[in-house]
Design a protein around this ligand. Structure first.
Ligand code: 6GU
Length: 253
């Protein structure tokens, strides 16, 4: 998977992703990261990339020219490769609070692409005309306002990269966890068996795999019911799960 990021702050993206699991995946060429500084494509003598908004109002707008030329440079690089990348529609993701809200299903869908281009805006946004010309997906990471698209791009790249085969060392771990089944994860414990008078739940020490699996499932159900009841409606629940939740709800009253 090749990630390409158009940004005014390339060092922020590089610094943010070169650590930990994404960093390791870049070192062993499971994923690649190309950052392109939009400012390098300014044709202005002061390297300016923004301008006043037509119609007036607060703030500045990123001009279409530098964004378009930066995008074209990335596209050219991808199309110059001797694979069949030219035959596929390139996904260009603009990070914006006006987009659809990112989630695990979108991460899974995007993880199947060979290349993903992320466009990070700043100031009051980017001239609408260049967005219409190059953007295929408008994506937000939640209902709050950030100063730019760099952190959202890093959030998306992290979530997508860990779904790429070979990025996690344990290929089972991407599956059986939070949101896999629309259930939150059960609590985890490691040594010591007693930490400041708090003991690990007995069932986890029993060595009885059936009882451990049942307890973990029930913990997932309890957590989801308490913290994210909205997820329960999408979860695939067995008859036994439903019965357990009914009993749990009764015991709470
Ligand atoms: Cl993608 N961009 C900005 N600027 N703010 C956001 C966002 C994106 N998603 C949530 N807030």
């Amino acid at each position: 998977m090749n990630f390409h990021v158009l940004t005014l702050f390339p060092e922020m993206i590089e610094q943010g992703l070169q650590t930990s699991i994404t960093g390791r995946a870049m070192k062993n060429n499971t994923i690649s990261l190309q950052t392109v500084n939009i400012r390098d494509y300014s044709e202005n003598k002061h390297n300016q990339v923004d301008d006043y908004p037509y119609g007036g109002g607060a703030g500045m707008v990123m001009a279409p020219g530098p964004v378009y030329r930066a995008y074209k440079a990335v596209e050219e690089g991808i199309f110059a490769r001797d694979d069949n990348s030219k035959d596929k529609k390139l996904r260009v993701i603009y990070l914006t609070p006006q987009g659809r809200v990112f989630n695990q299903a979108i991460a899974e869908e995007l993880s199947k692409e060979e290349d993903l281009v992320f466009l990070c805006g700043h100031y009051e946004g980017i001239d609408e005309r260049v967005l219409e010309m190059i953007v295929t997906d408008y994506v937000s990471i939640g209902d709050y306002v950030l100063t730019g698209g760099e952190l959202p791009a890093m959030v998306m790249i992290d979530a997508i990269a860990r779904l790429v085969p070979g990025v996690l060392n344990n290929d089972a771990s991407a599956e059986f966890e939070t949101f896999h089944d629309n259930l939150l994860e059960y609590p985890q414990y490691t040594r010591p068996e007693t930490f400041m008078d708090k003991s690990v739940p007995k069932v986890l020490l029993s060595g009885h795999h059936g009882n451990v699996a049942k307890w973990r499932r029930q913990q997932s159900l309890i957590r989801t019911a308490n913290i994210r009841p909205d997820l329960l409606e999408k979860a695939k629940l067995t008859k036994e799960d439903i019965k357990f939740l009914e009993e749990y709800n009764k015991s709470k009253k």
